[in-house]
Ligand binder design. Structure first.
Ligand code: PMP
Length: 411
């Protein structure tokens, strides 16, 4: 009976936002949701997006409400693909691109497709990760065993690179899927260095593991979308390079435009499946279309038109680069202000990790109890694993946040 459906706990990220909204205290601070806020804690509509909106509004081609094809808006897919893969060498690989309901839809489509066509035994997911990875694979690919690979070392507050590598070396087998965060790892804010990425790529190549890049923050980490795409492009280059016995299965990318274009609710994303040049694409492509047809029939129009306009119009694209630098720059500024303000207090320990981590989040190291006290006593909301979204901080509230953190740490 429907009435017997077990009650599940609320999704933490969305629950925090609701709790925050219903807190009547004027000094409350939200460091929960992974959304960018300006200096006044208000949503920011990117100037590049405002320009794109006016172009779309005036365009005869882009201003109707017709259905898109099942795969989505082709001009959008082309610029989206180039944004993440660059001008890739087309002699060894080819890419199938499908428009999705933002990054979540891309992760979901990828999980469904790979579970059916690649049939991995395991999917390796970083520990910790964006919580939805587990849920998506549970619902889309229930027969694939989920394994966590070590990622964060709480003691050193750094990447556990040895742990990660040895897990992939010893526990992963050919055809297993490994989810990698393309940049600005959520929730830790810690990415492998270039040398570490290089060495990981060799492990993937040698062991024939299938990299599944989740790219939700391109341009948001460093302010430069080229730089932030380095790991994805490096894997693409290494996995598909000519060499005796090199027969890669492929790799894929789940791409979101929620954060880097501030288009959260518009749900614009893409799934890119990279295959060796000699792998026929008609079968895989038809399977992807089948999954999309059954789920959403065809994707929404508005957001993809905006992204297409931003990326294809050189003037607007230049403004977007500015927007990215502004967002990334403000977050960086908040990181050092917060560190400075916390360290003005005594007995609070070292907060260097705030400035060494990148992207929208910081993994503070605060315990569950400290997080609860921040909420109950100071009306500051963050995830129970100690992750803060730095976009909720600004010059106006950073001292209050720092004082509160100091107070709970000194307890
Ligand atoms: N992957 C990661 C790691 C994320 O942090 C997010 C956003 N929180 C997403 C994917 C997808 O988000 P969206 O569906 O809004 O694009």
């Amino acid at each position: 009976r429907i009435a017997d459906a077990p009650i599940l706990p609320r999704d933490e990220a969305f629950a925090i936002t609701l709790d925050f909204q219903s807190d009547p205290t004027p000094e409350k601070v939200s460091l929960g949701a992974g959304v960018y806020r300006d200096e006044n804690s208000e949503p920011w509509i990117l100037p590049s997006i405002k320009m794109a909106k006016s172009v779309v509004e005036r365009s005869l081609d882009l201003n109707n409400h017709e259905y898109l094809p099942i795969a989505g808006f082709d001009p959008f897919l082309k610029v989206a693909r180039e944004l993440v893969l660059g001008n890739y060498n087309t002699s060894n690989s080819h890419v199938l691109s499908i428009q999705t309901i933002s990054g979540t839809g891309a992760n979901h489509l990828g999980a469904l497709f790979l579970a059916q066509q690649l049939r991995p035994r395991n999917v390796f997911i970083s520990d910790p990760t964006w919580g939805n990875h587990f849920l998506i694979w549970q619902t889309a690919a229930p027969h694939v065993i989920q394994e966590k690979y070590p990622y964060y070392d709480a003691q050193t507050r750094a990447l556990n690179f040895e742990g990660m590598t040895s897990m992939l070396e010893n526990a992963a087998t050919e055809g297993d899927v490994v989810i990698l965060h393309a940049c600005a790892h959520n929730p830790t804010g810690i990415d492998p260095t270039r040398d570490q990425w290089r060495s990981l790529a060799q492990v993937f190549k040698r062991k024939k593991l299938f990299p599944f890049f989740d790219s939700a923050y391109q341009g948001f980490a460093t302010g430069d979308p080229e730089e932030d795409a380095w790991a994805v492009r490096h894997f693409h280059e290494v996995l598909f390079e000519d060499g005796p016995g090199n027969t890669p299965q492929g790799m894929c990318i789940a791409q979101s435009f929620a954060k880097n274009m501030g288009l959260y609710g518009e749900r614009v994303g893409a799934f890119h499946l990279v295959l060796p040049q000699d792998t026929p694409s008609t079968g895989p492509y038809s399977q992807l279309l089948r999954l999309v047809r059954a789920e959403i029939s065809n994707p929404p129009l508005y957001g993809c038109r905006l992204v297409y306009t931003v990326l294809s119009n050189p003037t607007i694209r230049a403004v977007w680069y500015e927007d990215l630098r502004k967002m990334a720059g403000r977050i960086k500024g908040v990181r050092s202000m917060l560190k400075q303000e916390i360290e003005k207090h005594e007995n609070v320990g070292d907060w260097t990790h705030l400035t060494s981590q990148i992207g929208m989040f910081s993994f503070t190291g605060l315990s569950k109890d400290q997080v609860q006290r921040l909420r109950d006593k100071h009306h500051i909301y963050l995830m129970s694993n100690g992750r803060v979204s730095l976009s909720g901080a600004n010059e106006g509230n950073v001292k209050c946040i720092a004082d509160a953190i100091a107070e709970v740490v000194q307890e």
